[in-house]
Design a protein. Structure first.
Length: 344
């Protein structure tokens, strides 16, 4: 009954479009094709008024899959590299302040939004958290939601296409194909347990994005200790990416293009300014520590945690470094946004 309600005609149509778009993106060797293809296709379909709806009820079931996948990248070598991340973390508050201030000025001065709406639209934090905080502060909930949906879409699109077509990265997902029968019964049991137990564990520990981070931590422990040596099967990972990409694109469903044009234009200016600040801070981290600039750039890019971590995996960057930086970013923004707003 739950799955029947979750898979209505509009959702099924959206998923069919997403699968087709993912296959096309894979065929033209687009980076991260099974997420980026559906995301682009469903954004166009939603803006065109086609009867599509995001699989939002399915998404909580596939996010743990991504968490388990990301955890499979954690190795003992990653733990040894943690001390090199100190500079990135120390500079993170300054990056957040600079990116948010510049974005706020654009929303306030160029967009003419009221103070509360401009402030929470400019915060590079989680979409749901910023909508709730912005609404409580008296902001326009719809425009805040639109700003963050557009930001995530634009950042993922710009960053992935830049790496793929400017830097020449050509990947189909970052790893070779892992068939279903590559996993033994112990692999299925341990990774399944990481996904199932990790979600409530992450919520109990009050981790941000607990549906992703809980399974990621348990999967990382299993892989780092040698209990498991393979990632989740590629077919399952592809299904999870299609659902995520389709959900992002369908956020624009039911909104007339003329109503979204101005907000998307403002989001483009805001996202571009944040990306420029991210490039500057990534260059500083590279100069100071010697960490690859591409890696630092992904860590500072103001996209979603799951999406930017997937990009790091697809582009052969340090997934743990990127994911941890985004976790700290979300914690800092969620914890400090309301306090700073009251003072400002």
């Amino acid at each position: 009954m739950i799955w029947r309600a979750a898979l209505g005609p509009r959702v099924l149509f959206a998923l069919v479009l997403g699968i087709g778009a993912g296959a096309l993106a894979f065929g033209v060797k687009m980076p991260l094709p099974w997420m980026l293809g559906p995301m682009i296709c469903l954004t166009v379909a939603a803006l065109a008024g086609l009867p599509v709806e995001g699989p939002v009820r399915i998404r909580p079931f596939v996010i743990p899959v991504i968490g388990v996948l990301l955890g499979s990248s954690l190795t003992p070598e990653v733990a040894a590299a943690v001390p090199r991340w100190t500079t990135t973390m120390l500079l993170l508050p300054a990056f957040l302040a600079a990116a948010a201030a510049l974005s706020y000025l654009l929303y306030r001065r160029v967009g003419g939004l009221d103070h509360a709406t401009a402030y929470y639209a400019a915060m590079p934090g989680g979409l749901n958290e910023m909508i709730l905080l912005g609404h409580a502060a008296g902001g326009d909930e719809r425009r805040i939601a639109m700003a963050h949906a557009c930001r995530i879409l634009i950042v993922i699109l710009c960053v992935s296409l830049f790496f793929g077509f400017v830097l020449g990265v050509r990947t189909a997902g970052g790893r070779s194909w892992v068939p279903l029968d590559a996993l033994g019964w112990r692999d299925w049991l341990l990774m399944g347990a990481a996904g199932v137990i990790g979600v409530p564990l992450g919520a109990r520990l009050r981790l941000p994005a607990s549906q992703l981070l809980g399974p990621m931590v348990l999967s990382g422990l299993a892989h780092a200790t040698g209990l498991v040596h393979v990632p989740p099967p590629t077919l399952i990972v592809i299904a999870a990416q299609v659902v995520i990409g389709t959900t992002i694109g369908c956020r624009f469903a039911g909104i007339a293009p003329r109503l979204i044009a101005r907000d998307m234009g403002l989001a483009l200016l805001s996202s571009t300014s944040m990306i420029a600040v991210a490039v500057a801070f990534a260059a500083l981290v590279h100069w100071w520590t010697g960490l690859p600039m591409a890696q630092a750039f992904l860590a500072y890019s103001p996209g979603g945690l799951a999406e930017m971590s997937l990009l790091a995996l697809a582009l052969h960057q340090d997934v743990a470094y990127v994911a941890v930086t985004h976790v700290v970013r979300i914690v800092l923004v969620v914890a400090g946004a309301a306090a700073v707003f009251r003072r400002v």
